[in-house]
Design a protein around this ligand. Structure first.
Ligand code: TYM
Length: 332
């Protein structure tokens, strides 16, 4: 079975609909026929200023959401990044392979550092993509299910793997991004020109999985739509309506192409109502399951400990081979 790895940051109280439709949905389906490794990337979460109490809480809430969404810890390896020290160790090696110019061109870094004074931008934020490369390469992953915004980091990951292999001998498998066509980017409901994002969307623009469903319904009702009245999938000219159609299609499990017929003769209000209804139906049982996992954090921590142990069985082998190729003297 081909190996898969992906990660998500524990930097918000809830995952949002973009996380789910762009990436996590594939995490769940891919575990059926892949050897899947999924991690909550807490090391990445400290690249910007953070509150330790919140991080601890959000790491568990993130793991609970992944379980509630259907990640099965018996079939998939679910773990917390900092429990597997090889990520940080291999991350250092990847930093030493990454060019300053190359790292400077990363758009996520440019976005996140744009409004900051230089003194406040950490080396960790600059080196973030090198750590992400290590996350992936440590597992020799074949596929990495992510949203469109991660494409550039995956290209860097492939470049670093290739560079290491050609300098020191074949060591890393080159991973392929696994990015869905239609839902690769879910847009802000209030600003359908930009992606739904925990750091830049206004509260009205982002749908959080753990939010009160009535609040989410209201946000959908006030989503920005487009001029005209026809409900058609046309991202160029009707970004707002198209975004709602993509969301509906994914949550109702109906092909996008069938929706023009389904909504023929109906208005934007009908579409919003339909989206609101499928959303509530989707999040309600998930919220209940999340509460269940959080009621027993001892059990949750045990699941994560088991995951870390399985992860280390893989990463320790990769790290030992990497260190050997680099010329490190092995400890006896
Ligand atoms: P993060 O935590 O920002 O987001 C988690 C996943 O959600 C996807 N995503 C979206 N997809 C579609 N539309 C959106 N509006 C949207 N917003 C977010 C992201 O593409 C991502 O797949 N750097 C990564 C975390 C990471 C990682 C890794 C991923 C660390 N190491 C190794 C893969 C492999 C990040 O910031 O994701």
């Amino acid at each position: 079975r081909p190996r898969v790895l992906s990660g998500i940051q524990p930097t918000a109280d809830s995952f949002h609909l973009g996380n789910y439709l762009g990436a996590l949905r594939q995490w769940v389906t891919m575990q059926d026929d892949h050897d899947a490794f999924y991690c909550v990337v807490d090391l990445h979460a400290i690249t910007v200023e953070h509150d330790p109490k919140l991080l601890r809480k959000r790491t568990r809430v993130s793991a609970a959401q992944l379980l509630a969404l259907g990640i099965d810890p018996d079939r998939s390896t679910l773990f917390v990044q900092s429990h597997v020290p090889e990520h940080a160790q291999l991350g250092w090696v990847m930093q030493c392979l990454t060019g300053f110019g190359e790292a400077s061109r990363m758009t996520q870094f440019k976005d996140k550092s744009a409004k900051q004074q230089a003194e406040r931008i950490s080396l960790g934020l600059f080196g973030y993509p090198a750590l992400q490369a290590a996350d992936i390469l440590a597992y020799q992953a074949a596929f990495v299910p992510v949203g469109e915004d991660q494409r550039q980091h995956l290209e860097l990951t492939r470049d670093l793997a290739q560079r290491f292999n050609s300098r020191y001998g074949r060591t890393f498998r080159l991973p392929e991004p696994y990015i869905l066509k239609d839902a690769a980017k879910i847009y802000d409901l209030q600003d359908p020109g930009s992606k739904m994002s925990k750091s830049s969307s206004s509260p009205g623009g982002i749908i959080e999985l753990l939010d009160d469903p009535r609040v989410s319904m209201k946000k959908i009702r006030s989503a920005v739509t487009d001029t005209g009245r026809e409900i058609v999938y046309d991202p160029e000219n009707k970004p707002g309506v198209s975004n709602l159609l993509v969301i509906y299609s994914a949550l109702a499990d109906r092909p996008l192409a069938a929706l023009a017929d389904e909504f023929a003769g109906k208005g934007y209000g009908d579409l919003k109502k339909a989206v609101g209804e499928v959303l509530v139906e989707f999040v309600t049982p998930i919220q209940e399951r999340v509460r269940g996992y959080l009621d027993d954090t001892a059990e949750l921590d045990k699941i994560l400990a088991r995951g870390a142990e399985r992860a280390r069985a893989v990463t320790s082998v990769t790290l030992a081979r990497t260190y050997d190729k680099l010329g490190f003297v092995a400890p006896v």
